[in-house]
Design a protein around this ligand. Structure first.
Ligand code: ADP
Ligand code: ASP
Ligand code: MG
Length: 406
């Protein structure tokens, strides 16, 4: 019997009515003869609420204890859904991360799944029990609770689907699929019927939070077909699958935007070997991921160096660089949190010149200044002032011919 994994996000389980609605869908799938594992997120707003509560105790809460706290969000939903199913006479059991044996590394708050035990889930499935798993959580080799990073229930679902060799991993959310842009931002965005893992990975890494990046990495590595679809309707969603020959090779398939980065500039940095290492080593040692980097050489021979970091790490990175600047003799360190990154992506870009030029011309037409640029084989990203983010996404969406017919 084929196993299906279904994951329901926060808005899909936001209250008891919605949990009942999820139970209806789960029962329907089970009655079609599938063995079913259901992964749930915390109810909408609960994770944010728990983080705020922890910060009232300590602005930088202990990471192990924060994970112990955050995991309760998913624990609540898993128990409520299993209870709802059982109250309807349907055999179901909730399992927490450690009970499933979602084994992770020690990185609290952003742990990576290393291995998943399938015996307990298999035993329950063989007995005809619907397994309800609390997403977003795992446990480290010493038995401590860890969490997988924001949006991590997607990764729980895909990793469990891979471990169980499930036929499909269905991601139920509050939009009917993956769109050419965030449909809440661009009303004329179009739903994609299929998208390759590669393109989805790019989209996730540049701000399309509909799937967590690591979930796409898992799906790609283990070839798990992922179906992103709406909890609130029966319409077919988007299949995320391996790139196929027949796949439409549109030049640009999507436009994304993120407001999660900040930028730091070191001015008048001495230009000699080893300086970049002096600047970036301490940030790396602090566990901060640097994204874009640009270096401009001045006529004087000194350089200005600008890079972006996640906004959550901005203050820490700024303090580190002020220290470094003093040590290496840079003139000053400037920071800016009000930036946004807009990106266009598509596998067809590999063989089509002119995408960057069209992107820059579109932004220029709107009077939007480009602060930084980065590219990959199938993506171009520009950092701009945050106040122009929505306008930029909408005009790029039109300029690349992605708007749905009016
Ligand atoms: P869940 O709680 O179900 O995990 P999320 O809020 O994490 O849901 O992800 C769904 C949201 O992703 C949508 O409401 C939408 O605003 C956003 N999103 C961003 N980019 C896209 C895109 N290209 N296609 C679809 N949704 C997108
Ligand atoms: N509840 C967690 C979050 O809000 C995980 C998830 O929803 O996927 O990030
Ligand atoms: Mg999510």
């Amino acid at each position: 019997m084929g196993v299906i994994v279904q994951k329901y996000g926060g808005t899909s389980v936001a209250d008891l009515d919605r949990i009942r609605h999820v139970a209806d869908r789960v029962i329907r799938t089970a009655r079609q003869g599938h063995a079913l594992v259901v992964i749930v997120s915390a109810m909408a707003g609960v994770t944010d609420g728990l983080i705020a509560l922890a910060r009232r105790v300590d602005p930088e809460p202990d990471k192990r204890e924060l994970d112990a706290l955050l995991a309760t969000g998913e624990q609540t939903t898993a128990a409520l859904l299993a209870m709802t199913l059982r109250a309807r006479g349907v055999p179901a059991q909730s399992l927490l991360g450690f009970q499933v044996e979602v084994r992770t590394d020690f990185c609290y708050g952003n742990a990576r799944i290393q291995d998943i035990g399938v015996e307990r889930m298999r035993r329950l499935l063989d007995q005809g029990v619907i397994v309800v798993v609390a997403g977003f959580q795992g446990c480290d080799p010493e038995g401590n609770i860890t969490t997988l990073g924001r949006g991590g229930s997607d990764t729980s679902a895909v990793a469990i689907a891979a471990a169980l060799r499930a036929d499909c991993c269905e991601i139920y959310t509050d939009v009917p699929g993956v769109f050419t842009a965030d449909p809440n931002l661009v009303p004329r965005a179009r739903k994609l019927e299929r998208i390759s893992y590669e393109e989805m990975l790019e989209m996730a890494s540049i701000g399309a939070k509909v799937l967590q990046i690591r979930s796409v990495e898992f799906a790609m590595k283990y070839r798990v077909p992922v179906h992103v679809r709406s909890t609130f309707s029966d319409e077919e969603g988007t299949m995320v699958v391996a790139e196929e020959n027949g796949m439409e090779r549109v030049v640009v398939s999507a436009v994304t935007m993120s407001k999660t980065d900040a930028r730091i500039t070191l001015k008048n940095v001495p230009d000699r070997p080893g300086i970049a290492a002096r600047i970036f080593t301490p940030v790396a040692e602090a566990g901060i991921c640097v994204d874009m980097i640009i270096q401009n050489t001045r006529a004087s021979g000194a350089t200005d160096l600008t890079f972006t970091v996640p906004r959550a790490d901005y203050r820490k990175a700024l303090a580190i660089e002020r220290q470094v600047a003093a040590e290496i003799g840079a003139e000053e360190v400037l920071g800016d949190e009000s930036i946004a990154k807009v990106s266009v992506t598509g596998v067809g870009m590999r063989s089509h010149p002119g995408v960057a030029a069209r992107m820059f011309a579109t932004l220029a037409r709107e009077g939007i200044n480009i602060l930084m640029i980065s590219t990959s084989e199938i993506r171009i990203s520009c950092v701009i002032e945050q106040k122009y983010a929505e306008l930029a996404v909408q005009s790029l969406h039109s300029a690349f011919g992605l708007d749905a017919p009016a």
